[in-house]
Design a protein around this ligand. Structure first.
Ligand SMILES: NC(=O)c1ccc[n+]([C@@H]2O[C@H](COP(=O)([O-])OP(=O)(O)OC[C@H]3O[C@@H](n4cnc5c(N)ncnc54)[C@H](OP(=O)(O)O)[C@@H]3O)[C@@H](O)[C@H]2O)c1
Length: 504
């Protein structure tokens, strides 16, 4: 077995065969294969590595390789693959046709794997990556168990894409099936937000610096805002989105993970379970809403027609794959509270939407106002409070606004900005989240993956909202103009507390 140490990352990666259920799909083409190729280019991939894509399309090994080469050219952050290195990389790529619901397909896969593993000497180490329709996940896992593929002479791991269930009951059922076939230490529930450099940097900023932690609590923080806004619409995924909506698609997973990372207590060390222990405590401390709370703390809406990026776009209900009377939300704003010593009484405002004015993901910590204003005479409206903004994407970085004296004889103060930009400070492009996450799976590091109890705690937190919306009379679905920042009532949610949403 060829063991290779990865610089800057703990652990060692060994030879593997990566089996992608959905190897002919969009995620594999856009993200997974370009990420693997870039890892190889940076000498981070274990050698040897074989990749077996699975799907229904009529592809053979060579047409699959050609397809992935074009996809890498189109989607990789590093552009066109280098001729020689691609030729060597593609020797490890294979395609196997089959239906994910049929046992005989798994038996055939077993045969193919035997040959491929022998040819590449991958030592029986297997990673199964579920990159297909989530409704197929339970059956695939069950058949991996029944066919015996879940057991091999080497290490076996399974990566499960989001969404993990569509409510607490289905997430729990998927966990039961997964944990029946695999041990929790073999299961990697993915949320690609955790692979982003800036999200990991929240932990570094908080726990590798002494100056933030003393003020990171209810004594000094007035509110926290987490925004995940997209200018894009459905991009051809109307059928999927109709079933999901903004709460399931973004809030339950990405936003809950950002919230957990920003609000967690310092872990005892940086081991996977120590970090996940602290994250799950935050999710469990989220105040459970009652139906009446949902009405006053949550806004939901779907976009009407409008103009985005100078282009007229249709209303959500006129999009392909969307029902004309659809009740699916494309926007959610919510006010949550974390009932623990650190955060009691501090509102956490979350919002996510499609077809908003701009693409931006940000965590903003708004601090309290100074207790006594010395400059009141020159600044009749007071001075704005400090804000620490963590930009997750685009333009990754951190900025702090603070007050400074304006030049001149009068004692006037005004907010100024201190900015750290990832690109400028490190003069290199951050790697894609999937590169980091695939590498971690190969290394067997679960830190950036979601543990069973975390995913169920995150569902538990949003279930009252879903339940309340299920009773349609109680849950008005508002409309916002595409290209705007969402419905007016989302602004009211903050205005009534004396805050306002940040603009980008
Ligand atoms: N696309 C993204 O950017 C993205 C981002 C984040 C997360 N995800 C998640 O990744 C997963 C996959 O999404 P996707 O966009 O890649 O979906 P997709 O483009 O629709 O691909 C689905 C894949 O599954 C295969 N498949 C479907 N049903 C099958 C069956 N019964 N038997 C055998 N193969 C079957 C398809 O094969 P054929 O096409 O050959 O039939 C295709 O390879 C989802 O969980 C999604 O939420 C996707």
């Amino acid at each position: 077995m060829n063991e290779q140490l990865i610089p800057g990352v703990s652990g060692s990666a060994s030879a593997h065969t990566l089996v992608i259920f959905g190897g002919s799909g969009d995620l594999a083409a856009r993200k997974l294969l370009p990420a693997l190729y870039n890892l190889r280019q940076n000498n981070l991939l274990p050698e040897p590595l074989a990749v077996v894509g699975l799907g229904r399309r009529e592809l053979d090994d060579q047409s699959y390789r050609d397809r992935l080469r074009s996809a890498t050219q189109e989607f990789s952050r590093t552009g066109s693959p280098d001729e020689d290195s691609w030729t060597s990389f593609e020797r490890g790529l294979y395609f196997v046709r089959g239906d994910f619901g049929v046992l005989s397909g798994f038996e055939y896969l077993k045969e193919r794997l035997r040959t491929i593993e022998k040819e590449h000497a991958t030592g029986g180490n297997r990673i199964f990556y579920l990159a297909t329709q989530p409704s197929l996940f339970p059956e695939i896992i069950r058949l991996l168990g029944e066919s015996g593929l879940s057991k091999s002479s080497g290490a076996t791991r399974i990566v499960i894409e989001k969404p993990f269930g569509r409510d607490l009951a289905t997430a729990h059922a998927l966990n039961e099936i997964s944990n029946g076939v695999f041990d929790e230490s073999q299961i990697y529930r993915i949320d690609h937000y955790l692979g982003k450099e800036t999200v990991q940097n929240v932990l570094v900023m908080r726990f590798a610096n002494v100056m933030f932690e003393p003020v990171w609590n209810r004594q000094y923080v007035a509110s926290v805002q987490i925004t995940v806004s997209e200018a894009d619409g459905l991009e051809g995924r109307g059928t999927y989105y109709e079933e999901a909506g903004a709460l399931r698609d973004v809030v339950q997973n990405h936003i809950m993970q950002l919230l957990a990372v920003v609000a967690m207590e310092p872990p005892v060390n940086f081991q996977a379970d120590s970090i996940r222990d602290e994250k799950v405590k935050v999710l469990r401390a989220l105040r459970k809403m009652k139906a009446a709370d949902v009405r006053s703390h949550v806004v939901r809406a779907s976009y009407g027609e409008g103009v985005v990026g100078g282009r007229e776009v249709p209303a959500y209900r006129d999009e392909e794959g969307v029902a004309s009377g659809s009740q699916t939300e494309t926007y959610v704003a919510a006010r949550l509270f974390i009932d623990n010593w650190r955060w009691k009484g501090v509102p956490f405002y979350l919002r996510s939407g499609k077809r908003l004015a701009k693409r931006a993901t940000e965590i903003a910590i708004q601090f309290k106002e100074v207790p006594h204003l010395l400059f009141g005479l020159s600044n009749p409206d007071g001075v704005p409070p400090n804000v620490l903004s963590i930009r997750i994407q685009p333009d990754e970085g951190i900025s702090i606004t603070f007050e400074a004296k304006e030049p001149g004889p009068a004692m006037r103060v005004r907010p100024v900005n201190m900015d750290f930009g990832y690109g400028e400070s490190f003069s290199r492009v951050s790697s894609d989240a999937y590169e980091r996450l695939l590498l971690d799976v190969l290394l067997g590091d679960q830190t950036l993956f979601i543990r069973r109890d975390e995913t169920e705690a995150a569902w538990d937190a949003v279930m009252p909202i879903l339940d309340s919306w299920g009773a349609e009379a109680d849950s008005p679905l508002e409309t916002y103009v595409a290209g705007s920042w969402g419905p007016r009532s989302a602004g009211d949610l903050l205005r009534e507390d004396g805050f306002r949403w940040r603009r980008f």
